[in-house]
Design a protein around this ligand. Structure first.
Ligand code: FE2
Length: 162
């Protein structure tokens, strides 16, 4: 695992929202799972995708449309000591780009960035939204069987379940 327990502990200390909420740790864990599975199919860099899972929503200040949280996450990533993140300079830039643009509905870019965005969008079942293939960036993520696999997992841990 690329992301160290020390970094996760730091994120937990700093996270402004509910750790178990819709943009908290359960979501990060599923984005990691979906992203690493996608990496095997897209050839994306799994170290960057895993780091994205834990960091992309880490700077949110609210659970609604927080339009600055992507750019703030990119800033945060660039400011982290390299030893904490465990990525090289090129990987940090990919991670920052993925964080920066992840909430703007974009669908063009480096395959690692696109894989990050798909991993996030595949977890919409937690808020009762089935991912729309037209809004996914990579062919493996648009596969109906992959969407179904992810959707079932995102629903299992969705906080809307009672
Ligand atoms: Fe997310």
């Amino acid at each position: 695992m690329t992301v160290s327990p020390a970094l996760i502990e730091r994120l937990r200390r700093e996270f402004a929202l509910d750790w178990h909420g819709i943009h908290g740790a359960p979501h990060w864990a599923r984005v990691r799972l979906f992203g690493l599975r996608l990496c095997e199919l897209t050839g994306a860099n799994p170290r960057v995708v895993e780091a994205f899972a834990f960091l992309h929503d880490s700077q949110r200040r609210d659970d609604n449309f927080d339009h600055l949280h992507g750019p703030l996450a990119a800033q945060y990533v660039r400011a982290l000591p390299r030893s904490v993140l465990g990525l090289d300079a090129a990987e940090v830039e990919l991670l920052a780009a993925a964080c920066d643009g992840h909430s703007y509905g974009l669908s063009e870019g480096d395959i690692t960035v696109l894989t990050c965005w798909d991993a996030d969008r595949l977890d919409l079942g937690r808020v009762a939204i089935r991912p729309d293939p037209a809004r996914l960036c990579t062919a493996p993520a648009r596969d109906p069987a992959f969407i179904q696999w992810a959707y079932e997992r995102s629903m299992q841990n969705g906080i809307l379940e009672t």
